[in-house]
Design a protein around this ligand. Sequence first.
Ligand code: KG4
Ligand code: ZN
Length: 370
Amino acid sequence: MLGVETSCDETAAAVVRITDRGLPGILSSIVLSQIADHAPFGGVVPEIAARAHVETIDVVVLRALAEAGVHPVDLDGVAATAGPGLIGGVMVGLSFAKAMAMALGKPLIAVNHLEGHAVSARLTQDVPYPFLLLLVSGGHCQLLAVSGVGASSRLGSTIDDAAGEAFDKIGGALGLSYPAGPALERLAEGGDPDRFPLPRSLRGRAGCDFSFSGLKTAAARIAGRLTTDAERRDLAAAAQSSIARHLADRTRIAMLTYKRSAPVSGEREPWEACPAVPPPRFVVAGGVAANGVVRGALEALAASEGFGFFAPPLIHCTDNAAMIALAGAERLALGLVDDLTAIARPRWPLDEAAALSRPTHRAGRKGAKA
Ligand code: KG4
Ligand code: ZN
């Protein structure tokens, strides 16, 4: 399966092979970052992103095929991110994939980018369905019960910003360039996370939604009056540990809900029927899952709540096309293919029913930004 990913600021293509047995083979995975193009603006500029995708998509796809040693006629299908994301960029990748699928006479699979993140741990580890998923990236922060290919139910979501956005904005206020998450993690090394008290959002509040805007604003305000490197290091450590703690606090509630809602009579989940078989699984995915403190907090939580812990290797946490190829291959195996009428969608919730009944977005600027 060829995978194409262009939903944000990475032009990516990959070739993945799945067989009936064992883990998928990642034959190639090319990620061309546009970070340098956007850095002067302190964030991703949609128009610049779309143009950069147009300029490089053909080279990136050809390189992925060449590195994989796969001729296009030998592909079983072409999968591309069809949303959610920056619409101009999504249209570039999806149109390119449609053209290839049409020219080759192969199936097209229009993949939800979030479904790609959801399967990213399955690229390199045996993580059978079902599992509880925390998806934490620059544009998303949500908890989902994933029961199978393309089947998930949302347990919670951010009511304002995504966790990655909090890292990026706080890092920006500390003078780090975009995307500031990885640089903030390096800055925080050896810092004192207790020196600057930061607000604990939604503390004691039921449910497992997230909120990062209060923390983001408080940290950015403190950053503005710091004068020494030691202070900056301590604030970075405080922000990072607050984000990790908030993610773990809300995920704990989701774990309790997930365990309680496991099917009863007849359809018992294996961990309910027999304690000797594997425990429920917890997966963390998305760019913020690359953060060591976040991973550590979630791994400890999983251990204390009796969940198996899975996180993709760092290169598969951030955006890549191997995860899109795998999501496409899993869909193709079930006959879930699309045709050339597939559209690019700027917003595309994984759990469409929850998005309709409990929307996090409303008309105009109302509702969650993430
Ligand atoms: O999944 P991703 O590549 O793109 C989206 O789909 O959004 O996630 C990018 C986000 C950025 O906000 C970036 O700052 C954050 O992930 N990120 C990190 C780290 N690596 C990437 N945040 C904290 N620590 C990291 N090591
Ligand atoms: Zn992503």
